[in-house]
Structure formats: structure tokens, C-alpha cells
Design a protein around this ligand. Sequence first.
Ligand code: HEC
Ligand code: HEC
Length: 270
Amino acid sequence: MPPKVVGLLLLGTVLIAQDRNPLANDPNAAKAGEFQFRINCSFCHGLGARGGGRGPDLTLARKRHGASDAEMFQNIKNGIPGTAMPAAIGSIGVGMTDEEVWQVVAYIRSVQVKTPAHPPGNAANGKDAFFGSAKCFACHMVQGKGGRLGPDLTGTGSSRSIESIVESIRDPSRRLAAGLTEATKAFPQEYETVTVVTADGKTITGVTLNEDSFSVQIMDPAEKIYLLEKDKLRSFKKTRTSLMPAYDTSLLSDKDLGDIVAYLLGVEDK
Ligand code: HEC
Ligand code: HEC
């Protein structure tokens, strides 16, 4: 029997309940982990773990749910209750073994940036722009202040890559934010824009908060919430065009954009 296989069998007995990744020094583990990641995780966390439409960027050193090997192992193995992060193991998981979970942890370590990114902008100016000239606060809340039409941005800086935040601001319709009901659904809905005409001829445009076969709940830009029965509507149209204006350079200079991103990255999430 080749020595490599013997090594794996021995490891097999001690793979569970470790504080440190038992495969940390195994150069093949990260490679195997990358393969697992592509199949099971990149759908939400993006290729290269740099964040996708649904899951956060995992290349950041800062991790909201714990950055130690043991914490990452738990989060991946059992999922994160109350969030869209599913369990990798067990009946609802994709059937990864403990060893495969450790391989994925080794892979995430291998793509993690060594030092936290230094946002180039000025966070204090960014905060002024966010709550002032750029009017972001009209639709977004940060630490309990601001509007509700768009997602709360308190955790955005700690969970998304700089590139994806910039994309959300310059080109919001390209990839819509995951919706409010995300936590309770395996496949979260997104902040789609919906326009309805009611039986009495009133047109309402807003974001969908909830939807099932019979009804839809909409918030309009004035933050008024409507619960409507679909079969009573004259028309019902959904689009993937964001209600957020696309902030091109005429609306928001590169400098103000950099400052706002620096502000969002500095917001403490807890
Ligand atoms: C259905 C989408 C989805 C899939 C599939 C998914 N994740 Fe996640 N994951 C999430 C979301 C959403 C979060 C953020 C949870 C929160 O904080 O709200 C998350 C969080 C995490 C975290 C914690 C990040 C932190 O900041 O602490 C890790 C680690 C992680 N995922 C790894 C993985 C790995 C590895 C896989 C594949 C085995 C995977 N995820 C599959 C959606 C997903
Ligand atoms: C008219 C309301 C409105 C304004 C003003 C607005 N947004 Fe948005 N924003 C939204 C809506 C609605 C979404 C969700 C749909 C989408 O992803 O585009 C969103 C999404 C986002 C996202 C993605 C969040 C996620 O979780 O993926 C970011 C980041 C963001 N906005 C930042 C900003 C910043 C910064 C400004 C100011 C420069 C701003 N927004 C101004 C309504 C607005």
C-alpha cells in the first residue's frame, strides 16, 4: 500500500473535533479543497471564494462567525443557523465528509489575503457623503440610521469584497442583493423590482419583500408596505432592474465612491 493512503487512514481517526486543521500542512489538501469548493460552495461564494451574489467573500481575514480553524470547520459542517449558509454534512447537506470539510478549510486559508485590505478612501468623508450629498441613507440603514427600501448595509463591509461593493454602487442591476427573507429560504429571493396595477387602477412600484403563489408583499420608495392578492391585480410585472440609481461618475465621483467604500469597510458589525 502506498504511504499516502496509510497516512490518510491514520488521519481519519483524528479528523473530528480538532482545534487546528489536521490537513494544514498537506499541500494536496488545499487542491482537493478547491475542487470541493467549486462543486459545493462557489454557487454562493463565487469562484475563487471572492464572494458571490449570495455568500460573503471568504478571502477576507476578518470573518463574522469566527476565523479560527475550529470555528470555520463548525460553520461549514453544520451551517450557520438563521442564515442562508447551509450545512455541508448530514441529511440536508451535500454529503461532504469531515475530511473534505478540512480540505475546504485548507483551500480557504490558501486564498485568504494576508493582511486586511487597506481601503484607499477617507472614511470620515465617506460617512458625510453617505448621509449627505450621495443620499445613500434615503434607502439604506447603517447601524440603525437611514431608510429601509434597500438592504441594511451595516454588515456589508465585513462580508463583501471591495470590488463587489463598487459594482453594487456603479451598476446595481448587474447582481441584485439577496432579499430580506433570505434566512428562511434555501434559495433566497432577491431585491427584484415589481410593478403592479391594482383593481382600482393604482400603479405601485417597489421591492418584493415576500411572495408566494397567491400574494405578494411590496415596499414602495416611501416605505409604504402593501400586501396584495395576485388574482385581484390588473397586472403584475417583475424586473431585474434595481430601484437603486446607477451611480455613474456624474452622480458620484471616483473619490467619493472610494470614501464611501472606506466608510462601509470600517463600520463595526457587532
Ligand atoms: C446557499 C448559499 C450558500 C452555500 C451553498 C454555501 N454558503 Fe457559506 N455562507 C452563505 C451565507 C449567506 C453566509 C453568511 C451568513 C451570514 O452571516 O448571514 C455564509 C457564510 C459562510 C462562512 C462564514 C463566513 C464568516 O464571515 O464567518 C463560511 C466559512 C462559509 N460560508 C463557507 C462555505 C463553504 C466552505 C461552503 C461549501 C461547502 C459554503 N459556505 C456553501 C451562503 C452559502
Ligand atoms: C432610491 C433608493 C436607493 C438609493 C438612493 C441607494 N440605494 Fe443602494 N440599493 C437600493 C436597493 C433597492 C438595493 C437592492 C437591489 C440591488 O441590489 O440593487 C440596493 C443595493 C445596494 C447594495 C448591495 C447590497 C447587498 O447586500 O448586496 C449596496 C452596496 C448599495 N446599495 C449601496 C448604496 C450606496 C453606497 C448608495 C449611495 C451612493 C446607495 N446604495 C443609494 C436602493 C438605493
